[in-house]
Design a protein around this ligand. Structure first.
Ligand code: NAD
Length: 247
């Protein structure tokens, strides 16, 4: 991880869970950390713990990105790495992982999900890529999910948003194949966090730390367009290739 020393890493959704773990691990390796989150208390605490800085940024608010990114670069230096990770689910999961009828799905919640999970990433790419391309390059890793590759019947609309990120990364990877900034995604299976209820945690569940180490490996060494699945504790993560189309 020596490549992280003195480099600026921006983490969205860095107040808790996976984003916080990525920030902590990267700071240990000497990175300068910028946290964007709406959770000010936990975000500020992680910034203090990592010697970094916290910005209250709602990733779905288009107008908040440019000024915040400019402040990060003015205070910490050029952004070299970004983990676009902020995400929400439709509703708290119940232990039975019950299947919600689609007609019960609130319109407002649908828009929240698309706004955070998709807009929050597209706006981030728009704000970051041009700056990073002008600088000395780097990498952006998105957090998708196992639910971006496989069905998750207990939250189909969440799965929709995470599939969208897989399509985005594969397509951006092809569009920016020779760019100095690599774009890829981590697809974790369930790991212990606020999104995943404690009753579902098993002794051998993935932890945010497990997923953060794989995320940092993607940031440092992942190919552009790569989709990497980490599913089971102790088992190696695998790269998931797009289907080979005939013709
Ligand atoms: N926990 C799992 O089992 C699991 C599995 C696969 C993928 N994921 C994905 O991992 C990512 C991190 O989730 P987590 O499990 O660490 O949960 P988490 O709730 O601990 O982290 C999500 C973070 O995003 C922040 N956030 C939410 N809305 C925001 C907004 N509008 N602007 C800025 N920040 C916002 C939250 O405040 C929180 O800090 C998410 O994208 C999630 O979909 C989680």
């Amino acid at each position: 991880m020596e490549e992280l020393r003195d480099q600026v890493l921006l983490v969205t959704g860095g107040a808790t869970g996976l984003g916080a773990a990525t920030a902590i691990e990267a700071a240990r390796a000497g990175a300068r950390i910028a946290i964007f989150d709406v959770n000010e208390a936990d975000g500020s605490a992680i910034a203090r713990r990592t010697g970094g800085r916290f910005w209250r940024v709602d990733v779905g608010a288009a107008e908040e990105w440019a000024p915040a990114v400019a402040e990060v670069e003015a205070e910490l230096g050029p952004i070299r790495f970004a983990h676009l990770n902020a995400g929400i689910m439709t509703r708290p999961l119940d232990v039975a992982l019950s299947i919600p009828p689609i007609e019960d799905f609130a319109q407002g919640r649908y828009h929240d999900l698309v706004r955070v999970n998709i807009d929050g990433v597209v706006l981030g790419l728009q704000a970051l890529l041009p700056r990073m391309m002008r600088g000395s390059g780097g990498a952006i890793t998105l957090t998708s999910s196992m639910g971006g590759l496989a069905p998750i019947p207990f939250d189909p609309v969440y799965s929709l948003t995470k599939h969208a990120l897989v399509g985005l990364v594969r397509s951006m990877g092809a569009a920016y194949a020779s760019a100095p900034v690599r774009i890829n995604a981590i697809c974790p299976g369930g790991f212990t966090s606020d999104l995943f209820p404690p009753a579902l945690h098993a002794i051998d569940s993935l932890t945010p730390h497990d997923v953060a180490l794989e995320t940092i490996d993607l940031l440092l060494r992942g190919a552009t367009g790569e989709i990497r699945l980490i599913l089971t504790k102790g088992q190696p993560a695998v790269t998931v290739a797009p289907p080979a189309l005939a013709g």
